[in-house]
Write a protein that binds this ligand. Structure first.
Ligand code: HEC
Ligand code: HEC
Ligand code: HEC
Ligand code: HEC
Length: 251
């Protein structure tokens, strides 16, 4: 009869602790354990938490971010900028090396280009290369993302045409900057940038650490926080009144 009293107390304790360790993530589309999400682990798969789809304490793909999701073999390009010399209006080169770049963009694209199973990991529960079966209306039988809204590339999984530049320098402190081997182009109007953006996240050398004058850049995670935010689409800053864009662009 004692268990009747003890069990509910335990359940409350477990609920409280799990909600405080993953306060924002649990309700996002990045919680693949959530049965109401359109992409989720198939019934009967081992329950190994939220973090394992992206991070592992051991035997990951990379030390930086302890990355645990299989990287795509796509060589990303912005196909339609070739005629403009592969450059932005400011004359900055679009990156051609995103797949091997240490910044987190390739990690987002490892799911969001639709070519790799969401459940294709490096290490989980003492198993090498587990392929966790996924289900839901937005994945195919191979666990790849099929909903074109959430697939950021075109259907080939390699073309980023039409997407905001990522893996490119940010003119931090209104100075030309070098990031991912790319230097701000000659026609970037340096006075039209927020010197030190807040709310959004500008990255430092290699895509980790703090930005500095001359060494700062933009990744997918500049605008999004993959662990969730109070804003829609996990955006770091609301799009209301263009606040997100104006966090960087002084227009
Ligand atoms: C869908 C993929 C994904 C999931 C799931 C995920 N993360 Fe992350 N995490 C990332 C990415 C991408 C970054 C890098 C983002 C950045 O640099 O801002 C990151 C960064 C981090 C960092 C280092 C930077 C920081 O924000 O402190 C920690 C620590 C971290 N995650 C912990 C966790 C934990 C704990 C969980 C589970 C509760 C989790 N993550 C779930 C993708 C994920
Ligand atoms: C492990 C695979 C995985 C990784 C890594 C990953 N995502 Fe996702 N993401 C998903 C899936 C699956 C969905 C849900 C798609 C659906 O519902 O059709 C999603 C949804 C989203 C959404 C939509 C959120 C919403 O509320 O509508 C955004 C934005 C997003 N991801 C951005 C990112 C960014 C940015 C990164 C890297 C920092 C990233 N994701 C890394 C798998 C991933
Ligand atoms: C300059 C800011 C910015 C960057 C950089 C950025 N996003 Fe987004 N993203 C947004 C905004 C704003 C939305 C909401 C668009 C809307 O209202 O439909 C969005 C929406 C999304 C969505 C939801 C589906 C959709 O298309 O509306 C996904 C998934 C996503 N982004 C993934 C990514 C990935 C992956 C990258 C990197 C390759 C990335 N984002 C880079 C600003 C950004
Ligand atoms: C985290 C900072 C940041 C945020 C937030 C941001 N941008 Fe950008 N944006 C950049 C950088 C850096 C470039 C590249 C500038 C260059 O070197 O030419 C850029 C380039 C652009 C370009 C020029 C592309 C070209 O090829 O000429 C446009 C247009 C643009 N952004 C629009 C937006 C819009 C719209 C938003 C809001 C949804 C936004 N940006 C949010 C940093 C940001």
């Amino acid at each position: 009869m004692k268990t009747r009293v003890v069990l509910p107390a335990l359940a409350v304790a477990v609920l409280m602790s799990s909600s405080s360790f993953a306060q924002t993530m649990v309700t996002t589309r990045h919680n693949f354990q959530l049965a109401t999400n359109n992409v989720r682990v198939a019934p009967g798969s081992p329950e190994d938490g939220l973090c394992v789809f992206c991070h592992t304490p051991h035997k990951g793909q990379a030390s930086l971010l302890l990355w645990n999701h299989r990287i795509s073999s796509s060589n990303y390009t912005w196909s339609d900028v070739a005629s403009a010399g592969g450059r932005t209006t400011g004359g900055t080169s679009y990156p051609t090396n995103l797949r091997t770049w240490t910044g987190s963009t390739a990690k987002c694209l490892s799911c969001h280009d639709g070519t790799v199973s969401i459940g294709s990991l490096y290490w989980s529960d003492a198993t090498a290369n587990p392929n966790i079966p996924m289900t839901g209306p937005d994945v195919n039988a191979a666990g790849q993302l099929t909903n074109a809204t959430y697939r950021i590339t075109d259907a080939t999984g390699a073309d980023l045409a039409g997407n905001h530049p990522v893996g490119v320098p940010y003119p931090y402190d209104r100075l030309a900057s070098t990031y991912n081997g790319i230097t701000s182009g000659p026609d970037v109007v340096l006075s039209e940038w927020v010197a030190r953006p807040t709310g959004v996240k500008v990255f430092g050398t290699g895509g980790g650490g703090a930005p500095a004058a001359g060494a700062a850049g933009v990744e997918c995670a500049s605008c999004h926080n993959p662990h969730g935010t109070p804003n829609r689409y996990m955006l770091r800053v609301t799009t209301a009144s263009s606040q997100l864009c104006l966090s960087c662009h002084q227009k």
